[in-house]
Write a protein that binds this ligand. Structure first.
Ligand code: ATP
Ligand code: MG
Ligand code: MG
Ligand code: MG
Length: 564
């Protein structure tokens, strides 16, 4: 490809709200452009990189025995009503009506569609197991679309679904997908961890998330440097989710895993210590509430406009009160009384002086204890002092101290069981003619999110440093003086030779100053830059490797061998 004709609008500056490095670089390098919040166009170079990821995904899915298909993005509401998710999926599901007033959803995920299809087409155990996948655009009306492709409202996902006749069959299908994911993320050049995850409200059993390690990641990983243990934060603290962990499970998860939080005296500090955002932390702390309503008392500088966090947390009733609220109310009892909560858990900053007075009285000494039952004063209230909260300091498996890291969820594998096959009637008949529900698994990869995660992990201050497998082009050929006939002739020769040998080459034949070209080459970040300039008469080009900056000269005759 000749760069002269390429749609590649590079930028020196990017909008200030582009916080993530990958977002900034994708805008600067002319890979993507935003159409609307969380909705992007892929320009030619961005699309090429995305396609390379898709190719890797396809190769590994096919190798694992999965079959590619393509399903519609427009789903009749009846399907989502039949599974019960029309009501529970919430505002993230994009909904619309056709001209006849019939309701539809834009696919956020495809369990309903695939299960209905398989229900209609597969009836016998002889056709099982089967794993089907697609690479398709998904729609989710995210509450906070951000970080460019990392959290979009329209994004590309590979989603796969397995159908088995037995639990052991599901185990095998799950393992095949898990292994394929390891291969995919390795080939994409990602540093990642597979972590145990929380199966939440869907009611499955095993589930793992694949986390690309990056500071910008919105997830917190708890891992053990000494053994294989790795989990996401929710799992690590044994988040109470309706069906899953009972309060006693939570207690046993927490008991052996206390963490020291030296010098930490506020919720905010604790969240910094744990590398979590405050909301995520409060969510984890809510675990200690044994399913009771939770009241979180916070300093005035938190996002008090979200006084009702129920919606955010989803799991249980959580109310946030600011210091100012407490002062206004006079006492927590004064707040609880009117709304009729008699059995609540308080999570609080003991650094809030007003709180101390309000909850337990300034003179009561034992508020340092982790759970202080102050039922005498306020009814049945559990009080959690953040200074003593334990979130898992030593690993359950080996006793080693746990470490925390930030991750981007690039993939998710999930044993669904029979939830969808039962609600949508996907059954098969076994050898004896008995009807059984199919046992399902689902497996997602955020293909467009992977692209951003790769850049998040592979860049420097000058630009992107593509891993060879993903790079839009592998060679960037740069002609210093396009007005110089000899330089152009040599460049053309190199371009054709390399292209014919199967290399993808972008030839910078633009009439730009050399400085501009060199900067753009660093920004675009292809693995090898070849410069045709001063030593054209000796048939010598300059080579520069983007990943380590190595610079050397080479005779054109040696070049082809070198590239191979
Ligand atoms: P998250 O926790 O980041 O919201 P999720 O758990 O809701 O993701 P899944 O339902 O597990 O996502 O979807 C499968 C994969 O799709 C995720 O592992 C992630 O890689 C990708 N994905 C999910 N939401 C988005 C999004 N808004 N933008 C880009 N990729 C996404
Ligand atoms: Mg989500
Ligand atoms: Mg998730
Ligand atoms: Mg997920």
């Amino acid at each position: 490809m000749r760069q002269q004709r390429l749609l590649n609008p590079t930028l020196r500056d990017v909008p200030g709200d582009a916080e993530a490095a990958s977002h900034r670089l994708m805008l600067r390098a002319g890979l993507i452009r935003q159409l609307s919040s969380g909705i992007y166009s892929y320009l030619p170079l961005g699309l090429k990189a995305l396609q390379h990821i898709q190719t890797i995904v396809r190769e590994e899915m096919d190798r694992a025995g999965a079959q590619e298909m393509l399903m519609p993005a427009l789903h009749p509401a009846e399907l989502w009503k039949a599974s019960g998710r029309w009501d529970v999926y919430g505002p993230e599901l994009m909904r619309l009506e056709d001209r006849h007033g019939r309701e539809f959803a834009l696919g956020a995920t495809h369990e309903e569609v695939i299960t209905t299809l398989v229900k209609d087409e597969i009836h016998s155990y002889k056709k099982l197991p089967v794993t089907l996948y697609q690479i398709q655009t998904k729609y989710r009306d995210e509450r906070r679309p951000r970080f460019g492709l990392l959290r979009g409202r329209e994004f590309l996902m590979k989603d796969a679904y397995s159908f088995d006749r037995s639990k052991s069959g599901l185990d095998a299908s799950y393992q095949a997908m898990y292994d394929a994911y390891v291969n995919i993320f390795t080939r994409c050049g990602l540093q990642f961890r597979a972590v145990e995850a929380d199966s939440g409200a869907i009611g499955g059993t095993d589930t793992h998330e694949f986390m690309a390690l990056a500071e910008v990641g919105e997830d917190t990983i708890v891992h053990c440097p000494a053994c294989q243990y790795a989990a996401n934060m929710e799992k690590a603290v044994g988040r109470i989710s309706n069906e899953l962990a009972s309060p006693s499970d939570v207690a046993t998860t927490l008991q052996p895993t206390k963490i020291h939080t030296p010098g930490v005296t506020s919720i905010k500090q604790l969240s910094q210590f744990l590398h979590m955002d405050t909301k995520q932390m409060i969510k984890s702390l809510a675990v200690l509430a044994d399913g009771k309503p939770v009241i979180v008392l916070v300093r005035g500088d938190l996002e008090i406009n979200e006084i009702k966090l129920n919606h955010v947390l989803g799991v249980q009733e959580v109310t946030m009160l600011s210091e100012a609220d407490i002062t206004a109310i006079g006492s927590v009892a004064g707040f609880i009384g009117p709304i009729g909560l008699t059995n609540v858990t308080l999570i609080a900053d003991t650094s809030i002086q007003g709180l101390r007075n309000a909850v337990i009285g300034a003179n009561e000494a034992d508020y340092h204890l982790q759970h202080v039952d102050v039922s005498r004063d306020l009814g049945d209230i559990t009080y959690v002092d953040v200074r003593n909260v334990g979130l898992g300091e030593s690993c359950i498996h080996c006793g080693h101290e746990l470490a925390f890291a930030k991750g981007i969820e690039v993939g998710h594998v999930f044993k669904l069981g029979t939830t969808y096959s039962e609600s949508l009637g996907a059954t098969f008949s076994d050898e004896n003619g008995l009807s059984e529900p199919m046992i399902m698994g689902c497996y997602g990869i955020g293909v467009s999110r992977v692209l951003a995660a790769v850049i998040e992990q592979h860049h420097d201050e000058k630009g992107i440093i593509w891993p060879a497998a993903i790079a839009p082009y592998s060679v960037h050929l740069l002609t210093v003086q396009v007005g110089d006939e000899a330089q152009m002739a040599l460049s053309e020769e190199i371009y054709h030779t390399l292209t014919r040998a199967g290399f993808s080459v972008l030839w910078d034949d633009r009439e730009e100053r050399p400085g501009v070209k060199f900067n753009d080459a660093d920004l675009l970040g292809f693995p090898l830059r070849l410069t045709v300039g001063k030593k054209t008469s000796e048939r010598i080009v300059e080579c520069k490797e983007r990943h380590n900056g190595d610079l050397y000269e080479m005779n054109v005759e040696q070049l082809l061998a070198h590239c191979q």
